[in-house]
Write a protein that binds this ligand. Structure first.
Ligand code: FNR
Length: 370
């Protein structure tokens, strides 16, 4: 269908399912095991209801946001998803360009199809980019990547901590990986498994021995970049991240692609925020930002996470489905749809700015109920 007929982020997925190559679709759409967590990520948003307020002068609404000190057009960023060229011949630079046009932050994946420098070069002046990092068993390679990112102006490093081993995504495992993996993707990994799907083919270098004691060494290389742990799944680890001097966490289960029956990030968000605050974090003197990703498809989903204390929300699959189906214009359209949804729904809940989107604007009594 023509792009104007795409009215929601869900629509991109429906078109992608019909039109994408099988290999790309199987890699992007798959979740781990029975995909219970993948579905729960989205379903959890259905258990949070608004408590809308009236007569609040919503003549103008402002959904611009600040993420780790950077002004953005909305409290949404493109999270890291690997292998963009399985969906679009130009790959991740299409995301970079659309993000630049809409002042949205892009998180560059370690395992992108485009090279890191191609994605930085595709950015406009002052466009903010973050880097997602998989830590190599060969630490010197990882430190080289970190130093290069700092030199190229990347503002924050998101260290993925939910993937000591890649989850079993059976849909993906049934398709052979036939692309050319770049040295950036294999990073010298020697057991390159082509017959186990795209994910396993490119991830064998990731170091499962990574632990809290390694953080200090990695942090030495980061320079001015902020450090965030991506893939935190309980409050204890969020508190440890803060105690180890990180600047934030992403509550995430990797889009349901790792541990099946990992909780949805939304269900743990209230507790994580409340305990961090009780310990004195998330305050001006000890800033610490909490992000969530997984299953976010609507501005109303984002507003629920904001109300519960998230700084911003990462969106994964909808972005790569938009890219795969309509290229850069599709991704731009996705941002326009979200902007329209923000404007409409902030008016309807009675919140002129994001700072008005506070905990008592949502009812979470069903969120963790049986
Ligand atoms: C991912 N994700 C991911 N995360 C990461 O840290 N490094 C990576 O290389 C990838 N690659 C990747 C590929 C694909 C195809 C998907 C769908 C996801 C996880 C991603 O950053 C994020 O956690 C989820 O995508 C969020 O869920 P939604 O928005 O896809 O539902």
């Amino acid at each position: 269908p023509p792009l104007e007929e795409i009215l929601s982020l869900h629509d991109f997925e429906a078109v992608a399912r019909r039109t994408m190559g099988k290999r790309g679709w199987n890699y992007y759409s798959s979740g781990a095991d029975d995909e219970i967590t993948m579905r729960e990520n989205h379903n959890a948003y259905h258990r949070v209801w608004f408590r809308p307020r009236i007569l609040r002068n919503v003549g103008t609404v402002d959904y611009s946001s600040t993420i780790l000190g950077h002004k953005t057009s909305m409290p949404v960023y493109i999270t890291a998803t690997a292998l963009g060229k399985l969906g679009h011949p130009e790959g991740e630079v299409t995301l970079t360009r659309a993000a630049g046009k809409h002042n949205v932050i892009q998180m560059i994946p370690t395992l992108a199809s485009c090279s890191f420098d191609e994605m930085v070069d595709a950015a406009i002046p002052n466009q903010v980019q973050f880097l997602q990092l998989y830590v190599n068993a060969d630490r010197s390679r990882t430190k080289k990547i970190i130093k290069h990112a700092a030199e190229r102006g990347v503002k924050a490093l998101f260290i993925t901590v939910d993937a000591p081993q890649l989850g079993r995504r059976e849909k993906d495992m049934r398709t052979k990986f036939v692309g050319n993996a770049s040295s950036q993707q294999t990073q010298g990994g020697d057991n390159f498994k082509r017959d186990q799907g795209a994910a396993r083919a490119i991830s064998s270098f990731i170091d499962p021995s990574l632990n809290w004691n390694d953080l200090a060494e990695l942090k030495e290389a980061v320079g001015e970049m902020k450090v965030i742990l991506k893939g935190v799944q309980c409050w204890e680890d969020a508190v440890m991240a803060a105690e180890y001097g990180c600047d934030g966490v992403v509550l995430s289960n990797h889009g349901g692609r790792q541990l099946d029956f990992a909780p949805s990030p939304l269900t743990i968000l209230p507790q994580v925020v409340s305990i961090l605050k009780k310990r004195g974090y998330m305050t001006p003197s000890r800033p610490f930002e909490v992000f969530v990703d997984g299953g976010v498809r609507r501005a109303t989903d984002v507003l629920k996470a904001i109300a519960l204390g998230a700084t911003a929300v990462g969106i994964g699959r909808p972005m790569i489905y938009a890219m795969s189906t309509y290229g850069e214009q599709g991704v731009s359209r996705a941002f326009e749809i979200l902007k329209d949804e923000f404007e409409t729904n902030m008016r309807l809940i009675g919140a002129p700015t994001l700072s008005d989107v506070v905990p008592n604007m949502v009812d979470i009594s069903s969120l963790n109920a049986a």
